[in-house]
Design a protein around this ligand. Structure first.
Ligand code: RIB
Ligand code: CA
Length: 314
């Protein structure tokens, strides 16, 4: 039985790869994509999500536009990482598939009310504004969510947008606090693990060697989006943050982590958006998240490359 999911996203090259992996995998039934403002403004994230669906040959996928700003703060974007369009690198055509009717938050609420309780997993891979807004507007859906598997936060890796915070949490810390305190089973892919899946040249060559439009586009995306991390961390390739969420759904055994308490800093300006992860269990705060720290990187890329190879082959 395929796992029913909603991907909430701010594409973003790594978001694009996460969506492609989901669309290439029979273990996953993608009920819809909800776009949120993050890496670039909503007008671009909702467009980029549709570009990716068409690249995958899936114009049937419903893409909804969601919140264009965080709950309480002005939007912070990341063009310096993802480029002006948010999907710089490949030269992909504008989408022809229409945006789905209705707001993303209403789609999340309606889907969770319609489907049997405990059968829909939410996969946020951008700021958590849409998810938190849905929970605020319809508290009854919280207990109906099967699980949340998200990309965000950091502990040993600390921040990538500030010294203390990872981007997705930093943009909307109040939304993150609502999600992390929801009581829903939560699996977190922080920078601690995503910085271990770097698109080295050999891995990028393997994408290109697929010889398909998807393979070439993904190679171009990761070629573009590695600059920021190479310059900042001296890493030898782009970290594939968001595809860790999709890969976990397919092969969780590639990953390992700890069930611990994770709280969100929302008050201090200095550390706003920090995920305070009690990795060493030094507090008596109740565990609320499975915080992933390690991955079999070669296994991850073998899975990803094989699955991407399935897209666009007649
Ligand atoms: O910090 C990495 C996260 O921020 C990823 O989801 C990336 O797409 C950006 O949204
Ligand atoms: Ca993202």
């Amino acid at each position: 039985m395929a796992r029913k999911i909603i991907i909430d996203t701010d594409p973003g090259q790594d978001d694009a790869v996460a969506i492609l992996l989901a669309l290439a995998s029979p273990e996953i039934e993608l009920l819809g994509i909800t776009a949120v403002a993050g890496n670039v403004p909503l007008s671009l994230t909702q467009k980029n999500a549709r570009i990716v669906c068409e690249l995958a040959g899936r114009p049937d996928i419903r893409v909804f536009a969601g919140c264009e700003a965080p709950l309480k703060r002005p939007l912070v974007t990341a063009e310096h990482v993802h480029g002006k369009t948010g999907l710089d690198g490949p030269n992909l055509p504008d989408p022809t598939m229409p945006l789905a009717e209705g707001h993303a938050v209403d789609f999340i609420i309606e889907t969770l009310r319609e489907k049997p309780a405990g059968t829909v997993t939410l996969c946020p891979i951008g700021p958590l504004t849409n998810i938190a807004t849905a929970f605020l507007r319809a508290p009854d859906i919280v207990e109906r969510v099967q699980e949340i598997v998200l990309m965000g936060g950091a502990y040993f890796e600390v921040g990538n947008i500030t010294p203390a915070a990872e981007f997705n949490i930093y943009v909307d810390p109040e939304a993150a606090e609502i999600v992390f305190r929801s009581g829903i089973p939560l699996t977190v892919m922080p920078l601690d693990v995503t910085h271990k899946v770097l698109v080295t040249k050999a891995r990028n060559d393997a994408f290109r060697a697929l010889g398909t439009p998807v393979g070439r586009a993904v190679a171009a995306m990761t070629d573009f989006f590695e600059r920021f991390d190479k310059e900042k961390y001296g890493s030898d390739g782009a970290p594939l943050h968001d595809p860790c969420v999709t890969a976990w759904l397919i092969r969780p055994e590639l990953f390992s982590g700890r069930h611990i308490n994770v709280e969100i800093e929302t008050v201090s300006d200095l550390t706003r958006g920090m995920t305070v992860a009690d990795w060493w269990r030094v507090t008596d705060r109740a565990p609320n998240a499975t915080f992933i720290g390690d991955v079999d990187a070669d296994g991850f890329f073998a899975l990803l490359t094989e699955r991407l190879g399935r897209l666009g082959r007649a």
